[in-house]
Each structure stands twice: as structure tokens, then as C-alpha cells.
Design a protein around this ligand. Structure first.
Ligand SMILES: [Zn+2]
Length: 450
């Protein structure tokens, strides 16, 4: 991957006399943070969460030892330790709400709590917020059984632990924009914690530039197929969002941009930057909102119009997921901590960290990005403006064939316009800001301008 970038870059340098210095590189600060992400810490968080017996959303809230109440209090206390280590910059709080009975998976009004750890950005002009989460609630075979053991080690203590571990590491650093690390509640009962937070974000007009849910990120063995894979990680992203306006729909039809909504850009960014920093990681882009007919906490954010992706292991083991602990015909069922591959969860946490850190350290996106359509030509002319109040080191124009899932070429410019000898009829283009340390913003797809 690194070699690909270098070769690709040198090629673009060769093709474009006006391109300048190469600045695609790894940031030692991000590398240092990646090193600090510990598989041991992740394992001890998972085992602690399992020790509460069940974390079913409707389980006991008064015991100090078992049930969801004890679990969320522990998560909050643990994150408060990270806050102390961060010099008090990480703010930990419950996001509390009462869910009315839904007549389905919640039978009486229930008080619910997400645990939020907020790391405020240091640039007051940068209002971007990135949210990363796992869900700490669990279930067994019967989704309504709040008493039976539901260890939920992989689903989803693994995602919760990955989120907490990167909160610990990242809160010692400063970022331009705000990061929110969340342990979500109510996922198994109907995405309730995430829906509440997504609605609140919309009401409060938060600029949620991206949301990642890590759900089921610790198993490396596929049951029926016998496949073992500790390299591959799936990232799910929706294509055309539910809230697409008629204007967007018409522009999509006229420009062939059905694969270029924000969630797809976010997924591509996760792959490119994650693989740039994390060894032996192969991010598989799955062009679906979630697995076939299924959903997760990112769905709640997609519904509110935010760019949201789901990170999940490559091969799931359904003898573990949503199962009562039992042995049947010599097969052990249940989601217990001995079956989690902690080095793999560490890898997933590192991919998240690289993506979030690179985004949060990057300049904001270029503005008014346009592709000039005033005359018919086989070249492509683009123009854009610097993000307000910022002067990035430069910009990448990214390019790919229409059938390619990932950006194939990057051209570097210091100016705010570019002319390329490739036709917009045959390629897709985008523009991103980049700083001197190589942190790139999310890609902006140009609008047709004259
Ligand atoms: Zn889950």
C-alpha cells in the first residue's frame, strides 16, 4: 500500500509538471498512539464487562455486581481514569433518557444511559465532531430474557473495549476537532441508545462529520466455513441515503455519483488511512448499509442524515452470537471471552485510531469544489477554495475509474485549481485538503459549475 502511494505519487508528479513536493507520509505521533493500543487492556475490559453476568438493557440497575447498572457505572469510572490521565481534557458523562414502552422489545418505560467521553477540539473554528462507538448491552437466545447469563464478549464487549482503549490513548493528545467515544445502550432492543444520540445531535445541530460503530470485532473463525482470518475487517457503508433530495437524485443520475455519497467516502478513507498505518490489515469495503437484512447503531445515524459506517469482523461465528450458554451435541454455545482474538480486536482499534486521528489532525475540507462544464473537452478542470480561515499546505485531487471502489491516483497541488489530462466522462474526481504532515481531510466530490 505504501509503495503504491509512492509510485502513484511519483507518476502523478511526472505527469504534472506543476505538482509539488511529496507529502504522503506517516505521522510519528499517530504511529506512537497506535503502538500504545494494548491487546491486554482490551482483554481485561472485555473480561470485566463479562463479569457482570448480563448487560441486558432491561436487567438490574441496582446491584453493584451484576446487570447493566453495574456495567455502565464501571465503564464511566474507567473512562474517568482516562480523563484524569488526560489532564482533565476528556469529559465523561451519562447521556440519560427514558424510553417509552415500544410494545415489542421494551415493555415498560425504561431509563437508559449511554456513556459518553468527549474530547473537545482545540481549534474553536473547527466544529467537526467524529463519533466512535461500541454497544455495551448484551443478549442471549431470547431477546427479552433480562436474567439469563449473557456474556456478550464479542457482541459487543469487543467493540466497547476497542472504543474505550482508543479513548484512553487519544485523550492524551490534542486534535483540531472534537472526538466523542461512546458506549451505547439498547442496541439489541432496537438501536435505542444510538437513535437517541443521533436525534440529539441533529436537534443540537452538531456537525457530525462521521460516525463509526464497532460491533462484533473480535472473532477470527467462521463457523460453518472453517475459515480463519485475522487480517480482514469489513467496513459497511450505505450507497444512496434515505434522505436524498430530488435535486441530489437528479444530480446523481446525471453524473453517475451513486457510489460517492459521504458514507462511501468515509469507508474509503478508513481503508486508505487504516492500511497506511496498520500492518497486516486488509479492510474490505462492503457496499451495503449493513449485513443482509440486519442493522446496527450506525443505522440510527444514517437515518438522521449523518455519514456513518459499521466495522465488523470478516467471519462471524453464530454458535457464539445471541446464544444461551449451553452444550448441545458436543458443541459449546455462547459468547464467552475465551473465544475472542484480542490481537485482532487490537488491530481493529488501531484502524479506528489511525482514521480518526488523521481526520481530526487534518485541515477542514476545501469549499465550493467545482468541476468546470462550460465547454466540451477531454480534459478535466477543477477549482475550489481553501477552508474558511485555514491555509492548508496543499490539496490532493484524487481520481479513480468509475468501476473502482477505491481512489487510484492522487495529484498534489498548492493552487486552488487544477487541470488534468483525464476526462471527467471516464473517471471520478474528488479534492481533499492536506497539511504539511500529510493529514488529509475527507474527500469532496465536485459539483458541476460553469
Ligand atoms: Zn451487536
Amino acid at each position: 500500500m505504501k509503495r503504491f502511494f509512492l509510485v502513484s505519487f511519483l507518476l502523478s508528479l511526472f505527469l504534472n509538471g506543476f505538482s509539488q513536493t511529496a507529502i504522503i507520509k506517516q505521522d510519528p505521533v499517530i504511529n506512537q498512539m497506535i503502538t500504545e493500543v494494548s491487546a491486554q487492556n482490551i482483554e481485561s475490559i472485555v473480561r470485566k464487562l463479562v463479569s457482570f453476568g448480563t448487560r441486558h438493557t432491561l436487567s438490574d440497575t441496582t446491584s453493584k455486581k451484576t446487570g447493566i447498572g453495574a456495567a455502565r457505572n464501571w465503564i464511566k469510572l474507567e473512562m474517568e481514569k482516562y480523563a484524569k490521565e488526560s489532564g482533565g481534557r476528556l469529559n465523561v458523562e451519562f447521556d440519560t433518557f427514558t424510553l417509552p414502552a415500544d410494545g415489542r422489545r421494551v415493555l415498560v418505560p425504561t431509563s437508559m444511559k449511554n456513556v459518553l467521553a468527549i474530547l473537545p477540539g482545540t481549534d474553536p473554528a473547527d466544529d467537526r465532531i467524529y463519533i466512535v462507538s461500541g454497544h455495551y448491552d448484551s443478549r442471549a437466545s431470547d431477546v427479552m430474557d433480562a436474567k439469563i447469563a449473557a456474556p456478550g464478549a464479542n457482541d459487543d464487549a469487543s467493540g466497547t473495549a476497542a472504543t474505550m482503549e482508543i479513548a484512553r490513548v487519544m485523550s492524551k493528545q490534542k486534535f483540531n476537532c472534537t472526538l466523542i467515544f461512546v458506549a451505547m445502550v439498547g442496541e439489541e432492543q432496537g438501536l435505542y441508545g444510538a437513535s437517541n444520540l443521533a436525534k440529539k445531535a441533529k436537534e443540537l445541530k452538531w456537525n457530525v462529520a462521521g460516525m463509526i460503530t464497532n460491533d462484533i470485532v473480535g472473532n477470527t473463525y467462521g463457523m460453518e466455513t472453517g475459515l480463519k482470518d485475522n487480517r480482514s475487517v469489513r467496513v459497511f457503508s450505505e450507497g444512496v441515503p434515505g434522505g436524498e433530495t430530488p435535486q441530489q437524485s437528479s444530480s446523481r443520475a446525471n453524473t453517475g455519483s451513486e457510489n460517492d455519497y459521504d458514507a462511501r467516502q468515509f469507508a474509503r478513507y478508513f481503508k486508505e488511512v487504516g492500511e497506511r498505518y496498520v500492518e497486516q490489515a486488509d479492510v474490505k469495503l462492503i457496499y451495503r448499509r449493513d449485513r443482509y437484512l440486519r442493522g446496527g447503531d450506525h443505522t440510527a445515524f444514517s437515518r438522521e442524515g449523518f455519514s456513518a459506517i459499521r466495522v465488523t469482523e470478516m467471519n462471524e461465528n453464530f454458535e457464539r452470537q445471541h446464544q444461551d450458554l449451553r452444550t448441545e451435541n458436543g458443541v459449546d454455545y455462547g459468547d464467552t471471552p475465551d473465544f475472542v482474538d484480542y490481537a485482532y480486536t487490537q488491530k481493529v482499534a488501531r484502524l479506528n485510531l489511525a482514521t480518526l486521528a488523521n481526520l481530526a489532525l487534518a485541515p477542514r475540507q476545501p469549499e465550493n469544489v467545482g468541476v468546470i462544464t462550460s465547454g466540451l473537452t477531454n480534459k478535466t478542470s477543477l477549482k475550489w477554495e481553501a477552508p474558511k480561515g485555514e491555509k492548508p499546505q496543499g490539496y490532493y485531487v484524487v481520481m479513480r475509474e468509475t468501476s473502482s471502489p477505491v481512489w487510484e491516483r492522487k495529484f498534489f497541488f498548492t493552487d486552488t485549481k487544477a487541470e488534468l489530462s483525464y476526462s471527467k466522462d471516464n473517471f471520478i474526481f474528488g479534492v481533499q485538503s492536506v497539511d504539511a504532515d500529510g493529514h488529509e481531510s475527507m474527500v469532496v466530490i465536485p459539483k458541476a459549475v460553469r
